[in-house]
Design a protein around this ligand. Structure first.
Ligand code: ROI
Length: 159
């Protein structure tokens, strides 16, 4: 069993409902249990000209292998109508493996810790709701250091 953190994001077709369906689907994955879900947060897209995003983080305990989990996440994205028209385009659902136990993974399909974690307030602040306060990433960085370098700007925490 390893503790895994998943970033969820949506900016199309009722984003909060997309996240709720995805969380249900995560809880139904084989060899996996849902250990927690953060609040939902809204923010402007990092790329202009797209609707605002709703983001959250979920914690899983799983004995799936990383690529098995990645395949399962992509199946959930596809089930929820994700169309891969352009990289970085608006999407009904994005599921990213942020952290996978204390593994460092550098494969063509999967890099963990997620390579943009440090720039993304909409990942770090929901992660901080679920993770131990002194969490150390597999690459040695700590969550408090990442939070200190990434201000809580433009994020709206939903009730
Ligand atoms: N912007 C926000 N706020 N949230 C996201 O999940 C997100 N995902 C993306 C891009 C387009 C980079 N911008 C985002 O892929």
């Amino acid at each position: 069993m390893e503790r895994i953190y998943i970033g969820l994001g949506s900016n199309l077709a009722d984003p909060a409902e997309q996240l709720r369906s995805a969380i249900t689907a995560l809880g139904q994955l084989p060899k996996t249990s849902l250990a927690g879900v953060s609040a939902f947060y809204q923010s402007d897209s990092l790329l202009p000209g797209q609707p605002r995003y709703t983001n959250a983080v979920a914690a899983l305990d799983s004995s799936l292998a990383p690529i098995e989990l990645l395949d399962a996440l992509q199946a959930i994205e596809n089930d929820q109508g994700r169309e891969r028209l352009e990289r970085w385009g608006p999407r009904t659902l994005d599921l990213d493996i942020l952290l996978f136990g204390d593994r460092l993974i550098d494969e063509p399909r999967l890099k963990v810790p997620h390579y943009q974690i440090q720039e993304r307030a909409f990942v770090l602040y929901p992660l901080a709701e679920l993770a131990p306060p002194d969490l150390r990433l597999a690459d040695g960085r700590t969550l408090p250091a990442l939070l200190a370098a990434c201000p809580f700007v433009g994020l709206e925490r939903l009730p």
